[in-house]
Design a binder for this molecule. Structure first.
Ligand code: SAH
Ligand code: SF4
Length: 364
């Protein structure tokens, strides 16, 4: 019998389960507190519960979603990539990035000290699927293909894994980005289930504003997300300002054209009054010219947005090369001169293939 993963249970489901076990309802909140506040990782740690209940928990519930297969630290020590093996053998990865030095992190200037009181940012990059069906040619996960959706609990468990690890060093997670393996809006319900559980006031209490979802641009889901009104940040992977050029690197553009994506973003901004981020992997000779920057600026004019550009990270299945520093700066300047704010993001964890688009669930 496979046990139910405890992180898959919502609080009401847990309450129903405890009722079935003839336990008082308040035990559900105690378990919730243990899991998400004290970050317990096994039934024995719940010393405030009767032994008989702890035994029931051991017999019926799984506390771990995966095995740690390996982990790698970048040479600068700031980035850790962990490879998890799911019970069915699928592999997923999640990355911890430590940011401390403001000079190294342009976003530090605006994020300042985070709400949890930590001086430095600890950002987690989490997976929502094993593999990905979207097939972006420059992305290692896309090159791998689709394996399966992760359950909400498997998504939450990645956060808990790192939260437990950081706690031992007296540190906390400060930001979570859904930018690991998979397309979050292709696994919409489970991703939102995970977000709501992380956000729960009785649970992990992680502020929605410190969460970011990145999508390849599934227009209907962007609208649905806008309608649901969560305060989560939204990032859109655009990478091209022309439909043909986008289609050449992102098959999804066959289904949703740039105009469809931008219209959905407009809807999102009108509904939420929140700023959208457009992500742009700078690929030498492909999408990094001043002409492209101007075209992009024209398309984005009037939108409450900014562009996050990052020089392409290398992957095995794509021969494109990263734009150099100087040309990246020129791209930024051209965009900004046309009124679109742009940040060039630092490349992170490249030596351990933990950068954007490099996660492939391999032992690399
Ligand atoms: N599926 C989602 C989220 C995961 S990918 C999405 O596509 O948005 C996270 C980000 O990494 C996306 O912006 C994606 O376009 C970008 N990315 C993928 N491959 C990359 C690469 N080789 N170099 C730089 N960024 C890459
Ligand atoms: Fe999937 Fe995002 Fe990679 Fe595209 S960039 S293949 S959507 S994970």
């Amino acid at each position: 019998m496979t046990l139910m993963l405890i992180y898959d249970l919502s609080l009401p489901t847990l309450e129903t389960l405890l009722q079935e076990w003839d336990e008082p309802a308040y035990r559900a909140k105690q378990i919730w507190q243990g899991l998400y506040h004290h970050l317990y990782s096994s039934p024995e740690q719940f010393t405030n519960l009767p032994k008989s209940l702890r035994e029931k928990m051991t017999q019926n519930l799984a506390f771990s979603a995966f095995k740690v297969k390996t982990y790698l630290d970048s040479s600068d020590g700031f980035t850790r990539k962990t490879l998890f093996e799911l019970p069915d053998g699928n592999l997923i990865e999640a990355v911890l990035m430590r940011y401390g030095d403001p000079a190294d992190d342009p976003q530090m200037a605006t994020s300042a000290t985070n709400r949890r009181g930590a001086k430095n940012r600890r950002t987690l990059c989490i997976s929502t699927q094993a593999g990905c069906a979207m097939g972006c040619v420059f992305c290692a996960t896309g090159q791998l293909g689709y394996k399966r959706n992760l359950s909400s609990g498997e998504i939450v468990a990645q956060v808990m894994y790192y939260a437990q690890m950081l706690k031992q060093q007296d540190e906390v997670v400060s930001n979570i980005v859904f930018m690991g393996m998979g397309e979050p809006f292709h696994n919409y319900d489970n991703t939102m289930g995970a977000i709501d559980r992380l956000n729960d006031a009785d649970g992990y209490k992680f502020g929605a504003r410190r969460l970011t979802i990145s999508t390849v641009g599934l227009a209907p889901q962007i609208r649905r997300f806008a309608d649901e009104g969560r305060q989560v940040n939204l990032a859109i992977s655009l990478h091209a300002a022309d439909d043909d050029e986008r289609l050449a690197i992102m098959p999804v553009n066959k289904r949703y054209k740039i105009d469809d994506v931008i219209a959905a973003c407009k809807y999102y901004i009108e509904k939420t009054h929140r700023r959208v981020t457009f992500e742009w992997a700078l690929i030498s000779g492909v999408n990094d010219s001043p002409e492209v920057a101007k075209k992009l600026a024209t398309r984005l004019k009037g939108l409450l947005c900014h562009v996050n550009a990052i020089p392409l990270n290398p992957t095995q299945g794509y021969s494109g090369e990263a734009t150099d520093r100087q040309r990246a700066a020129q791209f930024k300047e051209t965009l900004e001169a046309a009124g679109i704010p742009c940040t060039i993001r630092m490349r992170r964890g490249i030596d351990i293939a933990a950068g954007c688009g490099q996660l492939a669930g391999a032992n690399s």
